[in-house]
Design a protein around this ligand. Structure first.
Ligand SMILES: Nc1nc2c(ncn2[C@@H]2O[C@H](COP(=O)(O)OP(=O)(O)OP(=O)(O)O)[C@@H](O)[C@H]2O)c(=O)[nH]1
Ligand SMILES: [Mg+2]
Length: 347
């Protein structure tokens, strides 16, 4: 059925293209004009025809894929959605990244630590020289030092440290007071149906107008997010995840989901956020986005601090999305480790 539809479409498009070639050939004088036709008319005709065929082609693809999906759906067994996995009295551990964030880290730790369910806050100090670690400890956080410089390295370290605590939910955020610990509750609610919940900083009414999210950032993040949806395409939902903010650090993940992906996280630079989302989607996780509050930063920015750095981070993110492998390369098998891992055979 699909094959016949595709053949019909190809036939239509080729037929249309042939007609257009004839029109254009008449237009440039290669073929004799039909009586009464003139050059501008034929050019307009050519453009109109091309646009029309593109629309027809798009609608036909949409129609065929919808019909196909409807047929497939009828054959599916009754229950589609798994029942939610409740998270009662959940233990949350939050990891906050920090690089010379002495001005903000104390308040950020107190904010996150005071929230229901938050058992501990871990601050990842990424080679700070301004007393960030002391401020974090004074505010009640445990400090982990990450010596490899980079936002992604700090995130990975925080996630691993938090996972090792045994908490059911791991939250990742920044120590610059841009995010509010209040949003953890919202995220945990959605984690009953999802493996990971990512913040969305582009919801009108929830974003301070003096924050980093100006028109350039909002549009750029949306554009990148749609590219990610295209890369992880799904006909029904236009992507395996509905995402509209590509670079939000703030997220919560169930421990079993994090345990599945932690060894596949690789990116040490500023494009870590979409990287983690893609690794999770590649694993088949359910990832959802929820609106979060977003405030102006306290202290000096180290990431997207001006248009040039924002642009270069954006390019790195886009390139990473385009080149991200959708399948994990099989690890080379080391013979000794295989035999060591096998249970001893009897006899
Ligand atoms: N850029 C950067 N950030 C780091 C690094 N190590 C840790 N971080 C932390 O990662 C977070 C992101 O950096 P920010 O300076 O907030 O950059 P941003 O979030 O793009 O922009 P603003 O919040 O508006 O400044 C902050 O909490 C940093 O302290 C690093 O090597 N580079
Ligand atoms: Mg920040």
């Amino acid at each position: 059925m699909l094959l016949y539809a595709a053949l019909l479409l190809v036939g239509l498009v080729l037929g249309g293209a042939a007609l257009n070639v004839v029109s254009a050939s008449i237009g440039i004088g290669l073929l004799p004009a039909f009586p009464g036709s003139d050059w501008p008319f034929l050019i307009k005709n050519f453009i109109a025809d091309t646009v029309l065929w593109m629309i027809v082609f798009g609608m036909a693809i949409f129609g065929v894929s919808s019909l196909r999906e409807r047929r497939r759906r009828r054959r599916l067994p009754g229950v589609a959605l798994p029942s939610g996995r409740p998270l009662n009295d959940v233990r949350v551990v939050a990891a906050l990244t920090a690089y010379n964030d002495a001005l903000s880290i104390g308040d950020a730790v107190r904010d996150f630590k005071g929230r229901a369910g938050v058992e501990a806050v871990i601050v990842v100090d990424n080679n700070s020289s301004d007393g960030t670690a002391v401020c974090a400890t004074d505010a009640g956080a445990r400090v982990a030092r990450e010596t490899r410089q980079g936002y992604g390295y700090a995130c990975m370290r925080g996630l691993r440290e938090a996972l090792n605590t045994g908490a059911e939910v791991i939250v990742l955020s920044e120590g610059d007071c841009t995010f509010s610990g209040r949003d953890i509750a919202r995220m945990v609610l959605f984690l009953e149906d999802a493996d990971m919940v990512v913040g969305n900083r582009i919801t009108p009414g929830m974003v301070d107008r003096r924050s980093q999210m100006d028109t350039f950032f909002v549009w750029g993040n949306q554009l990148g997010a749609k590219l990610l949806q295209l890369r992880f395409w799904d006909w029904r939902f236009m992507g395996k995840m509905r995402i509209s903010d590509l670079g939000c650090t703030f997220r919560a993940i169930r421990r079993e989901a994090l345990a599945e992906i932690i060894d596949e996280l690789r990116v040490g630079g500023n494009h870590f956020s979409p990287h983690m989302i893609m690794v999770s989607l590649r694993k088949g996780h359910t990832v959802v986005e929820v609106p979060v509050r977003f405030q102006p930063r306290v202290g000096e920015s180290k990431g997207a601090r001006n248009l040039v750095s924002a642009f270069s981070i954006g390019i790195a993110m886009f390139w990473h999305i385009l080149t991200f492998p959708l399948k994990v390369k099989p690890q080379p098998v080391v013979p000794n480790s295989v035999s060591a891992a096998r249970p001893a055979q009897g006899g």
